[in-house]
Ligand binder design. Structure first.
Ligand SMILES: Cc1ncc(COP(=O)(O)O)c(C=O)c1O
Length: 367
C-alpha cells in the first residue's frame, strides 16, 4: 500500500483499561474528537468502550452526530461551542451539551423543547484556561440552578479544563484544581448526583485528587504520552503506525542531490530510496533532513526536502534493501521504534498535532 495508518484497536482497549485502573471508581470518558485524534473515531470509540470507557466526548456537532448515531446508548458530551443549528444537530442524537452563558442556555432550552426532549447540560467553569467556560463560580452555580428549574433542561454536569496539567513544574494546575474543588463541593450540595469532571489524560496520571466522578481522556487513549515522553513509561501503547514502502531506488554519486531546493547532497556513493508519501499525507515539511525511517528493521535518515507526495531516504552504500520493502515512519519494525513523540520533538510541537495531522488521504486500517 502506498501509505497506510494502521491502528491497533487492542492498544486502544488496553490503554483505556490502564486509565481505568488509575481512575478506580471514577468513570472514563474517551475523547474521540478530530476523528479520534486521527485514529478513526468510530472504531476507536468501540475499542475504548471495550476497554472500560463508559462515556464518549467530542468537540463539534458533526462529530456528535456521527458518534451519537453509532452509539445511541452511550452518554455523549459535545464539549465545544455550538451555533443554534449545531445545537439542533447535537440534541437530535441525544448529546449532552456544554454551556456557560445564560443566553445560550435559553437557546438550549428552546431547541430542546422544540424537539420534545430535555437537554442534559454540563455547565463549564473557566478556572483558568481562559477559553470556554464561565469565569465566576457563583455564575456557574446560577446557571446550574436555571437548569434545575427549567422543564427543558437537566443539570447533568459541572466541569472545567486544565491549562497546564502536562507541565509538572507548574503550580497553576494546583490553583485551578483548588478553585474547581470549591465549586464542585457547592455544586454537589446544590444538585446531588451531578457529574463533576475536570481531568484530561495528564491530570489522571498527575493527581488522583483531580479525578472527581469522571476523567475526559483523549491522548492517552491512543497510547500517546500526555507529557511528551515515552508512552511506555506510563504503561501506554501507541495504537497508530504510519507505513509506506520503498517505491523506487537510485544510485547516487557524491554531489548528487535529492528533492526540491537541493537541500541534501550525497557525500559518498549511496542508494536513495523514494517513499511515495509526503506532506500531503501529514509527513510535515519540517521533517526535511530531520527524521528517520525504518526499513528492514534498521533506521535510515530521511534526506532532502519532504515533497507533497514523496520523501527520500539514504539507504547507504551497501544496502540490501530492495524496492517494495516496507517503510515505517511512525511505529515499530524489528526492535526499532519511532514514536509520534519523536516527530513532535523534531517539529517543536506535540504528539496530538502529529496524529491529527495525518491527512484524510491516508487510509486508516483498523486491526
Ligand atoms: C475540554 C477537553 N477535555 C478533555 C480533552 C482531552 O485531553 P487529552 O487528550 O489531553 O486527554 C480535551 C482535548 O483537548 C479537551 O479539549
Amino acid at each position: 500500500m502506498r501509505a497506510v495508518a494502521r491502528i491497533e484497536l487492542g492498544a486502544v482497549r488496553d490503554n483505556c483499561a490502564r486509565l481505568k485502573a488509575e481512575l478506580g471508581e471514577a468513570e472514563l470518558c474517551a475523547v474521540v474528537k478530530a476523528d479520534g485524534y486521527g485514529h478513526g473515531d468510530l472504531a476507536c470509540a468501540e475499542a475504548a468502550l471495550a476497554g472500560g470507557a463508559t462515556r464518549l466526548a467530542v468537540a463539534t456537532a458533526a462529530e456528535a452526530e456521527r458518534i451519537g448515531q453509532r452509539f445511541p446508548d452511550v452518554p455523549l458530551l459535545a464539549m465545544g461551542a455550538l451555533t443554534p443549528d449545531e445545537l439542533d444537530t447535537a440534541l437530535a442524537v441525544g448529546a449532552e451539551i456544554a454551556a456557560w452563558r445564560h443566553g445560550f442556555l435559553e437557546q438550549v432550552a428552546a431547541r430542546a423543547r422544540s424537539q420534545g426532549r430535555q437537554a442534559r447540560v454540563h455547565v463549564k467553569y473557566d478556572s483558568g484556561m481562559g477559553r470556554l467556560g464561565h469565569p465566576d463560580p457563583d455564575g456557574v452555580l446560577a446557571l446550574l440552578r436555571i437548569c434545575a428549574e427549567s422543564p427543558d433542561l437537566e443539570p447533568a454536569g459541572v466541569w472545567t479544563h486544565f491549562a497546564t496539567a502536562d507541565e509538572l513544574d507548574s503550580d497553576f494546575f494546583d490553583q485551578q484544581l483548588e478553585r474547581f474543588s470549591a465549586l464542585a463541593d457547592a455544586a454537589r450540595a446544590a444538585i446531588p448526583g451531578i457529574l463533576v469532571h475536570a481531568a484530561n489524560s495528564a491530570a489522571v496520571f498527575r493527581e488522583p485528587g483531580a479525578h472527581f466522578d469522571m476523567a475526559r481522556c483523549g491522548v492517552a487513549v491512543y497510547g500517546l504520552d500526555p507529557f511528551q515522553a515515552d508512552p511506555a513509561e506510563r504503561g501506554l501503547r501507541p495504537a497508530l503506525a504510519l507505513r509506506s514502502y520503498v517505491a523506487d531506488m537510485k544510485r547516487f554519486r557524491p554531489g548528487d542531490s535529492a528533492g526540491y531546493g537541493q537541500t541534501w547532497r550525497a557525500e559518498r556513493e549511496t542508494a536513495v530510496g523514494v517513499l511515495p508519501l509526503g506532506y500531503g499525507d501529514g509527513v510535515r515539511r519540517g521533517l526535511s533532513n530531520n527524521a528517520q525511517v525504518l526499513v528492514g528493521g534498521r533506521r535510515f535518515s530521511l534526506v532532502g526536502t519532504v515533497s507533497m507526495d514523496n520523501v527520500t531516504v539514504d539507504l547507504g552504500p551497501d544496502t540490501d534493501v530492495a524496492p517494495g520493502a516496507e517503510a515505517v515512519l511512525i511505529g515499530s519494525q524489528g526492535s526499532e521504534t519511532i514514536l509520534a513523540e519523536d516527530w513532535a520533538r523534531r517539529l517543536g510541537t506535540i504528539n496530538y498535532e502529529i496524529t491529527c495531522g495525518i491527512s484524510a488521504r491516508v487510509p486508516r486500517e483498523h486491526v
